[in-house]
Design a protein around this ligand. Structure first.
Ligand SMILES: [Zn+2]
Length: 249
């Protein structure tokens, strides 16, 4: 027999209070319900614990990370318009890997679901491209409409690592229809990407490529209208660090 994960209730989900002789929910139960819900959003387990409150402000680019987190906080705060409608514009978090872009995007999504009860959805770009591709197979048991409907209908969608994989022209058309459809329906989309919308902020990883080199120019021009960029680059942080080091000398 396998050992129980919860030492308090032995995984029954409730505990009998010996004083009142009444059963009550164990604390592990709400955690379990929560992870079911996070699974439903499509958030991978390794990101399910991401919150703005545990976003790490370490490293040289501290000010930039703080500014990025603040931008996300403002986005959540201003998500509900004065007339009670939901915000239409999204965010695009741009910067090199390992800076916490996905952490921030997931945090915003979870916060919006918690605070405003929106229907949310997280999707990894590389997986989405592969999934769209697979619907082209004649023996595919999933139609393209089945695949895309949840992403079209969700109030808020996070597209993680946009441009991480270069799609075929056919898949690009499908992606454009999806993104443009959300724009036309006034539904916000949050993106993360290693590639910037413009030629600024190049680094070694992207080798001078912009998002337009990775997806399509029409998709990028759509992004300009539907998502506000938040940039997390190395340069500024390192630069400030150097200035500080010189001042101390
Ligand atoms: Zn328990």
């Amino acid at each position: 027999m396998s050992e129980a994960a919860c030492e308090f209730c032995r995984d029954r989900g409730w505990i009998v209070d010996l004083v009142t002789n009444r059963a009550r929910r164990c604390s592990c139960h709400s955690a379990r319900v929560r992870s079911w819900r996070l699974d439903e959003l499509g958030i991978p387990p390794k990101y399910q614990g991401c919150r703005l409150s545990n976003f790490r402000l370490a490293g040289d680019a501290n000010d930039q990370l703080r500014a990025a987190r603040h931008g996300c906080e403002l986005y959540i705060e201003e998500f509900l318009e004065f007339d009670g409608s939901l915000r239409e514009s999204g965010l695009v978090l741009v910067g090199p890997s390992g800076r916490g872009k996905t952490h921030l995007a997931v945090s915003v999504l979870i916060e919006l679901v918690d605070q405003y009860g929106v229907r949310g959805r997280f999707v990894d770009f590389t997986k989405l491209v592969a999934d769209i591709q697979s619907t082209f197979q004649p023996d595919s048991d999933l139609s393209q409409a089945d695949l895309l409907r949840p992403l079209q209908e969700a109030d808020v969608v996070v597209v993680d690592e946009l441009g991480a994989r270069r799609p075929t022209p056919f898949v690009l058309d499908t992606l454009y229809l999806l993104i443009n459809g959300r724009y036309m329906a006034k539904r916000p989309t949050l993106f993360t990407s290693n590639y910037d919308l413009t030629a600024e902020g190049e680094d070694d990883v992207t080798a001078g490529q912009t998002l337009a080199d990775r997806v399509s120019a029409s998709l990028v021009s759509r992004l300009h209208h539907m998502a506000k960029p938040i940039r997390i680059n190395d340069d500024v942080g390192d630069y400030r660090h150097d200035v500080q080091a010189h001042q101390h000398r």
